[in-house]
Design a protein around this ligand. Structure first.
Ligand code: ADP
Ligand code: MG
Length: 328
């Protein structure tokens, strides 16, 4: 049976807009030591704004047409990037022009629009689709290299039409108002390690991580890479010693002078996307955004933040600790 204090704790959390799906998640939150963040839609608003539409030399279509085709190719995507392209296009999208629409989570979309094969997404996704995106590297600079753009925070969506690179659409995102507070509060509460896992490009990811003072960033991750990264974090910081250069061997666990085995870290992961569901399931405490979050993420989560404000997480830790003091 669950002590009454836990129900009070779950109630206190829910009054702050934090839905906790079971008493033992409160217990884990009270002992939280590693916070893992998804970027887009979790730390950032996920409200992308198109800041640049640029064609490559010899593009199969002009930039305006490229935007029109890309916005239509994204018609069936729920990704914040899709909404940004639709807003930038500015005219109603016509579903009858779109056929064979397909999306790769954390990669991009492919669809037939007005009979043209349109592929839009990350440079890696385009390469996977057999488009020589690196051929355009000279004329399509990486996000972060464009003058006049707060571009370290920009994400480039490359667009190909009928198998040929047409150009890029650069979109920028902003931090949520509560994000900095969330990271700082958790640190004050003794969470010793905060990590960002993102499918976005390294330049955009590093800019956000530096702004927040996160301890680590892993960028360019596919959904399965996020699961692997989380599993690696679960192993904790201590790894059996590898031989340093010069042939010396570090002492191992149990040997004199060797690293001491630590308890497994208690890890929370916060994310919003469909592609976050596997990681949410895997983390000790999976946290989803209630408003922006995909249904799959909300379903897979242990904790749901109703108003999408990441600083709620620090409040949840405080409630969890207060609850534990009452219960024990
Ligand atoms: P995060 O892990 O930060 O939440 P995502 O995994 O949702 O980011 O997306 C990672 C990257 O994949 C994006 O930055 C973008 O380059 C590409 N991408 C994902 N979905 C789409 C889409 N619908 N259209 C274009 N690009 C996309
Ligand atoms: Mg996300």
């Amino acid at each position: 049976s669950v002590p009454l204090g836990y129900f009070a704790g779950l109630g206190a959390a829910s009054r702050r807009g934090i839905l906790v799906k079971g008493a033992h998640f409160l217990d884990a939150l009270a002992r939280l030591d590693t916070m893992v963040w998804d970027k887009t839609g979790t730390l950032t608003r996920g409200e992308f704004e198109v800041v640049e539409v640029a064609g490559v030399a010899g593009a199969p279509v002009p930039p305006g047409r490229m935007l029109e085709l890309a916005a239509h190719a994204e018609l069936h995507s729920g990704h914040p990037i899709a909404r940004a392209l639709a807003r930038a296009y500015g005219q109603p999208l016509d579903g009858r022009r779109v056929r064979e629409a397909w999306e790769r989570a954390g990669g991009g979309v492919r669809a037939r629009v007005d009979g043209h094969l349109v592929v839009a997404g990350s440079p890696r996704f385009l390469r996977e689709e057999g488009i020589a995106a690196d051929l355009g590297a000279g004329s399509v600079p990486e996000a972060g290299e464009t003058a006049g753009l707060p571009s370290t925070r920009g994400t480039a969506v490359l667009v190909a039409v009928d198998g040929r690179l047409a150009g890029r659409i650069v979109i920028a995102d902003r931090l949520k108002p509560g994000t900095l507070e969330a990271v700082r509060s958790l640190r004050r509460l003794g969470v010793r390690r905060q990590v960002m896992l993102t499918g976005d490009a390294p330049a955009a990811a590093r800019a956000v991580a530096a702004q927040l003072g996160l301890d680590e960033v892993r960028a360019g991750l596919l959904p399965e890479d996020k699961v692997a990264a989380l599993a690696a974090l679960e192993e904790g910081p201590e790894r059996p010693g590898r031989a340093p250069a010069g042939g010396w061997r570090r002492p191992r666990h149990g040997e004199p002078g060797g690293p001491r085995r630590r308890a497994r870290p208690v890890i929370a992961f916060a994310g919003d996307g469909i592609n976050d569901a596997p990681v949410l399931t895997r983390a000790t405490v999976g946290v989803a955004m209630g408003g922006l979050g995909s249904d799959a993420a909300i379903e897979a989560a242990d904790v749901v933040i109703m108003d999408d404000d990441p600083s709620r997480l620090a409040e949840a830790v405080k409630v969890a600790r207060a609850t534990r003091r009452v219960v024990q």
